[in-house]
Design a protein around this ligand. Structure first.
Ligand SMILES: *Cc1c(COP(=O)(O)O)cnc(C)c1O
Length: 387
């Protein structure tokens, strides 16, 4: 339907951090299908789990018990210190579940017109609830009328949150690091301050870790950097390494907000998706993906920021673990095509922020190669602009 501006390249095969196109050309993947393929492409353990489960049972229904889903829920709760999980198929659906939890929680408190506090520059997905919760740029898409009931504050502005009326608010929803918004980490102390405020006022703290979750930032969840435990935690992207699956985790009152009939999903957490996600989590744990993301992230940042031949046209490098943003002095969307010519996959978001989201299994040689190819692409980009 013309929803995408596609590059004229088609990949037919993958090996770890590399993709191979129809002509057999190899590309280094610094995007991972937007933070999805954290284990890299064609990981043998994912392939084996997928094959085994495909030969047993693909799908039944959430009207019955689903053993792999039960195991996955237990594992996710163990990793996150949450209590219950709702399974769906995408990030936007996990956010929709969070929005329903917030509203149900409010209704149980007698609040009939609950408001959810959201952040400027946020991105929560493409369904109408998530679009309504996202930053003001969504409003420019002429999809209105959007859902009512959201109050928007500047990202990182704790004082603006404190200034909100106590009554009427049900929850605060935010990304620990804004992804689509340009790889913008929350200022230090913001999450912890919000946690305290939510506790004082009986608001739910809901974190969208669809992109930051599952080892991407060097911890299982980005909120661990601030030792903050949310009431609701949204996951998706990396959970299935490419098999669609999302999860909305909750604890305390939030875990009890939804009751039979109030929410559901046909495919959510089916045997195939659950079995694959279990394998993904096992690999992440056994091969210390958090540690790898942290180490490789540090190496990349050091190479991007300094040393001989600092990157041309670059204003700032930010992010955490292997979720990095390289801010250019000027608009840079055409950089994607330059990088492709140098055999590098990347993404440009918020107009001028190069987003690097390589698979978490990259080695030091591949990390260095990303910087080398990005350098070459930036030089092309600048000389084309000058011409
Ligand atoms: C990608 C993303 C979403 C939406 O996920 P989909 O699977 O595309 O629906 C929501 N929130 C954040 C933070 C994301 O990065």
């Amino acid at each position: 339907m013309g929803c995408y501006r596609r590059q004229a390249v088609a990949f037919v095969r993958g090996e770890g951090a590399w993709l191979i196109d129809e002509q057999g050309r190899r590309y280094l993947d610094a995007l991972s299908g937007i933070a999805v393929c954290s284990l890299g492409h064609a990981h043998p353990r994912v392939t084996r789990a997928l094959r085994e489960q495909a030969g047993l049972l693909l799908h039944t229904s959430n009207a019955f018990r689903i053993p792999p889903q039960e195991l996955l829920a237990a594992r996710l709760c163990e990793l996150s210190s949450m209590e219950r999980v709702f399974f769906c198929n995408s990030g936007t659906e996990s956010v929709e579940c969070a929005l329903k939890i917030a509203r149900r929680h409010a209704w149980s408190q007698g609040l009939r017109r609950p408001r959810i506090v959201v952040m400027r520059g946020a991105f929560h997905g493409r369904t109408l609830g998530s679009v309504s919760a996202s930053g003001e740029s969504a409003a420019g898409h002429e999809l209105g009328p959007l859902l009512p009931g959201f109050t928007r504050v500047p990202y990182g502005d704790l004082e603006a949150c404190k200034a909100l009326p106590v009554a009427g608010v049900a929850a605060v929803l935010l990304e620990p690091i804004q992804g689509e918004g340009g790889v913008v980490p929350a200022p230090p102390g913001f999450l912890r301050g919000l946690r305290r405020l939510c506790d004082e006022r009986g608001w739910l703290l809901m974190l969208d870790e669809v992109q930051t979750g599952l080892c991407r930032t060097g911890r299982w969840f980005a909120c661990e950097h601030e030792a903050v435990r949310p009431d609701v935690l949204c996951l998706a992207k990396a959970l299935g390494n490419g098999i669609p699956i999302g999860a909305c985790l909750a604890r305390g009152v939030a875990a009890r907000a939804l009751t039979p009939g109030r929410h559901g999903s046909t495919f959510g957490g089916n045997p195939l998706a659950s079995r694959v996600a279990l394998e993904v989590l096992a690999v992440m744990q056994e091969e210390d993906y958090s540690g790898r993301a942290e180490r490789m992230g540090k190496r990349l940042v050091a190479a991007l920021r300094g040393g001989p031949g600092t990157l041309p046209g670059v204003e700032a490098v930010r992010g955490r673990g292997l979720m990095l943003g390289v801010q250019l002095a000027r608009a840079g969307t055409s950089l994607v095509a330059h990088a492709l010519r140098h055999g590098l996959l990347l993404n440009v978001t918020a107009g001028r922020v190069v987003r690097l989201l390589p698979p978490l299994m990259i080695n030091a040689t591949e990390a260095d190669e990303i910087v080398r190819r990005l350098h070459a692409a930036l030089q092309d980009h600048l000389s084309r602009e000058a011409a």
